[in-house]
Design a protein around this ligand. Sequence first.
Ligand code: 6MZ
Ligand code: ZN
Length: 349
Amino acid sequence: MMDNEVDVFYRELPKVELHAHLNGSVSCPTIEKLISRKPHLNIGHGMTAIGKGQRRTLDECFQVFKVIHQLVDTEEDILMVATDVIKEFAADGVKYLELRSTPREEKHTGLTKKSYIETVIKAIQQCKSEGVDIDVRFLVAIDRRNGTEVAMETVKLAEDFMLSSDGLVLGLDLSGDPTVGHGKDLLPALQKAKNCGLKLSLHLSEVPSQLEESDMLLDLPPDRIGHGTFLHPTMGGSQGLVDKVVKHNIPLELCLTSNVKGQTVARYSDHHFKHWYQMGHPSVICTDDKGVFSTDLSQEYQLAASTFDLSREAVWKLSHDAIDCIFAPDTVKQQLKQKWIDLKPQVFK
Ligand SMILES: CNc1ncnc2c1ncn2[C@@H]1O[C@H](COP(=O)(O)O)[C@@H](O)[C@H]1O
Ligand SMILES: [Zn+2]
């Protein structure tokens, strides 16, 4: 995304990013560095990002992650990728970021799930010590493909890090190809996570015909929902599902370009943002995978504003209200709200 394509207002708008998968957020320059480290893999640039105007099936999107995972398979790679991604979000005006990533084990490079998480934490600490102006936290991701046992193991790891990372690890993400596996197999692990104080952000109803699974997972209830594209009756969901989300007041993480490029939403104007926003339900604009979908958070805010005709004041309120949906404690929310107050005159100059 070129700077000049996005109005300076959206760039300068202080923002909160709550739904960003680490390996989906890798930018072109970082991919180039990775490719030059691993020329033998013969990976071309076109294989890691979906450009302007392009679309893919969701299935093809998941092929892209496999290619990126081949490029990111050592501690050194993870450190570079995480550091670059954090600095890019900061440069885009993101003041608070919750990164999520699935810990992987790579026998050939000695990477373990534990060292994977440690390396992401190291990147966060390094950026902090360099004075990068962004508060970064981490959510450990469960890939639904891997089933019950791995989910349990991941919860244990996340719990250990929650207790030892000085507040950097806050919770769990449930993600992965929504057409693979079933939520009911992961319910005990998610329940356990919740009981030990980990916050839960779950990808829910990202594809149609998951009504039963969504209904079951909503009873946990999760602390936030990723996408929730097919919850609403007009999208093939049900009023019952909407009622549960409303009753528990569960914020939605909404990723416009991701859904349009992954073809679960036909056009921007059809995005379910409109239903939830009109209801006044907490709705947070996010990127999902800024690298893979060739976007950034400023651009997503601008797209939401132009598609749904939001005034600058309304956009400001949207980014401000996202603060209430973060997983970090109230003291952090207060600091961020103060930051928004301090920055407002400059953004509206
Ligand atoms: C497009 N919609 C999506 N739906 C579901 N899961 C997604 C996703 N986009 C990304 N991921 C999840 O994030 C992983 C890549 O980042 P990490 O290796 O974890 O950092 C993918 O493998 C998938 O599990
Ligand atoms: Zn996601």
